[in-house]
Design a protein. Sequence first.
Length: 113
Amino acid sequence: MGGRRGGRGSDQEERLRHAAIHGHGWRLVSDSEAITDIITQLRELAGGDDHLLAQVGGTAAGAWLARPSPETIELLVATLLIRAGHGLRFDDLVPWVEEGHRRGLLPTHNASF
């Protein structure tokens, strides 16, 4: 599933941006920042792009749903990313949660020696 931004940027650039936003959310939650501060920082990092926040948060939530674990920080980060997208509607999230779920069901690859 491609991004909604049209032809701007390459897939690699988009993946790097997603990873930066998602990783920043993890760091903020791990550092026990105030939730309102986390949401503000994530929104700023995404440049106020609600669709980007829906994509990153939705795919993270969907991936967690595919492989739920007692470690719920992933779900918390996904929730904060979604919450940072102030203008989001449920319909904006559904395709991304479904995509994250699909990706989460794919086999993981581990190097074994």
